[in-house]
Design a protein. Structure first.
Length: 176
């Protein structure tokens, strides 16, 4: 019998006031479009396939990565969209630390270099395929003031389909 592998993703999840604001925004938008809601997050590494045995080694790599990083600030200040399921409508994310963060992540997860998150850090607010006119309408109805939050941890999420089943597996604190 073949061993089944689960799909995990390593995320930076906004907490505090900004986290609550983003959760409310995502809930509002996804409810209006009748799509699944999800935890607000910026993806550091996606599609980490692992069975339960491999997951132990994955967690050790994340612990080592987290030990190399420090808490850092992220700013979200404008919408963007593409004609892709998982980048349908998003907020662009900026941090002076991103180049370093993603280069460190690539030391432990080389696949980071082949993923789009490094080139365009973002926080999605809607998944699916929708016309540009609807995306523009959502943006106009949900004006955005710049948001900031501190990334104090990396969170490993079990990200098997469907979206509604995504759940946090483990958290890894970053030194202050």
């Amino acid at each position: 019998m073949p061993i089944t592998k689960d799909n995990y993703s390593l995320w930076m999840v906004p907490n505090g006031v900004t986290g609550r604001q983003l959760r409310a925004l995502i809930n509002k938008i996804t409810k209006s479009q009748n799509t699944p809601s999800f935890v607000p997050h910026l993806t550091l590494v996606a599609n980490i396939l692992a069975d339960q045995t491999e997951l132990i080694e994955i967690k050790h790599r994340i612990e080592a990565l987290a030990a190399n990083l420090r808490s850092f600030k992220v700013t979200l200040d404008q919408y963007g969209y593409l004609d892709e399921d998982y980048r349908c409508l998003y907020l662009l994310a900026y941090s002076e630390q991103f180049k370093f963060i993603y280069s460190q992540a690539a030391e432990f997860f080389p696949e980071v270099n082949n993923q789009h998150f490094k080139q365009m850090p973002h926080l999605s607010v809607l998944y699916g395929h929708f016309p540009t006119s609807l995306k523009d309408q959502i943006i106009n109805e949900n004006k955005l003031e710049p948001l900031e939050f501190m990334v104090n941890a990396l969170d490993l999420f079990l990200a098997n389909d469907p979206i509604s089943s995504w759940q946090k597996n483990s958290g890894f604190s970053l030194p202050a």
